[in-house]
Design a protein around this ligand. Structure first.
Ligand code: SAM
Length: 396
């Protein structure tokens, strides 16, 4: 059957050897090919994100200290679930599911190719049906085309107490506020384009997961969230414990933002009643305004990731995780040096490195951010940031 699906070629990712459709067979006359044009989806550019995802499963297995059941409910070739099982001893069973029979056949073949019979199983269901029939899964991976919104509720219902739900979203234009209508429709959030839209995307997705969970009496704790190559990914630990008013009111809130001056203020739901909007301010949200990553968890992921560099894990994953570890406990809503320079008509852009150092020396915890090479996160008020810019410009 697999031979009838598409011309096959073999790729190596981490410890896995995977048969995938040969993308060159689907290229247009200019040689361009979108991975979605092949009958079974495989995007080689997502391999770095899968490296991080597999290290995240490794860190989570350490955290739980027991063997795990994982499910890749939208598996395509099965590469994700197969890697989770091959690279992490803590994974006892991996379920690979896809609605498309061609994916089911290729995933089954890839399970055999990697000697995982008995440890990994392929299924050919609609993901929602699969989740209805499988309960208490420790790790559920939701990696769809576009928005994951409709899979979050069924995934939360199927997750074990303390389990980890990982959700990928590629509809970043909606999440980042380019299409506010799509964001409101899918995530019930008012999104606006800002210079820190990548962080907004993560916080919109997290608030959506947290609210879907809350209605089911589940509390979530973000373990790691990031933006990479036009997708957003969040992994949360889910506890079957009703979140109370205080918990929700301190973790959900709105951003009040002035696009002309870059002033921003975070307003938690519990503080909304006292809010008075000044002229020119916009409201963005609801957003997740708690931490979007747990520093000690990211530290574990980074250690595991570094141990796997010999497996071919991507170098830029190290950079992303290093920045993420630094910014995990930082102030929300990063700035970028180019937006500050442009908005305040400063003479020259300053080095992010030097700016972060100076602001930290002034007593304001500051860091770079993985979201943007020109981004910085700081607890300093805008006036202090501008003063630091002027000082650094004068020195150079
Ligand atoms: C983006 S691809 C998955 C990529 C894969 N996780 C990876 O890392 O390579 C999305 C997959 O979801 C499958 N799919 C779409 N709707 C589905 C549904 N309702 N239930 C199960 N699978 C579905 C598609 O057939 C497709 O293979």
């Amino acid at each position: 059957m697999s031979e009838d699906i598409c011309p096959l070629t073999q790729v190596r990712e981490g410890k896995a050897v995977i048969q995938v459709c040969d993308l060159s067979a689907y290229a247009d006359e200019k040689g361009y090919v979108d991975p979605a044009w092949a009958p079974v989806f495989y995007n080689p550019r997502m391999s770095c994100s899968r490296d991080i995802s597999s290290a995240v499963v490794g860190a989570y297995a350490e955290l739980r200290g027991r063997s795990l059941t994982v499910a890749d409910i939208l598996c395509a070739t099965g590469v994700r679930g197969i890697r989770y099982a091959l690279e992490n001893e803590g994974v006892a069973v991996a379920y690979l599911n896809d609605i498309d029979p061609r994916c089911y056949h290729l995933a089954s073949r890839n399970i055999r190719l990697n000697g995982l019979e008995g440890r990994a199983m392929a299924f050919n269901y609609d993901a929602v049906k699969f989740l209805l029939e499988h309960r208490r899964i420790d790790v559920i991976d939701v990696d769809p085309f576009g928005s994951p919104a409709r899979f979050v509720d069924p995934a939360l219902r199927a997750i074990s107490h303390g389990g980890m739900l990982c959700v990928t979203a590629t509809d970043t234009a909606a999440l980042m506020g380019k299409y506010p209508g799509a964001c409101l429709r899918k995530y019930s959030s008012l999104c606006r384009l800002t210079e820190f839209s990548r962080e907004i995307a993560v916080r919109v997705l997290l608030q959506f997961v947290a609210r879907e969970a809350a209605k089911l009496g589940i509390t979530v704790k973000p373990l790691i969230s990031y933006y990479m190559d036009h997708h957003v990914r969040v992994c949360v630990q889910a506890f079957r414990k009703k979140p109370d008013y205080e918990w929700l009111a301190s973790r959900l809130g709105y951003l009040v933002y002035h696009p002309q001056t870059l002033h921003r203020q975070l307003v938690r739901l519990g503080e909304l009643e006292q809010l008075k909007l000044g002229e020119g301010y916009e409201v963005v949200g609801p957003l997740w305004v708690g931490g979007f990553a747990d520093g000690s968890f990211v530290e574990k992921v980074l250690r595991i990731f570094l141990e796997r560099i010999e497996l071919g894990y991507c170098k830029r994953g190290v950079k992303l995780l290093t920045h993420l570890r630094e910014e995990a406990s930082g102030a929300p809503f990063y700035y970028t040096t180019d937006s500050v320079t442009a908005r305040y008509r400063l003479q020259s852009e300053v080095s992010v490195e030097r700016l972060v150092k100076l602001l930290s020396e002034r007593g304001f915890p500051s860091s770079r951010t993985h979201f943007d090479g020109k981004g910085f996160r700081t607890s300093a008020p805008l006036e202090v940031i501008l003063e630091a810019f002027r000082e650094l410009s004068a020195r150079s």
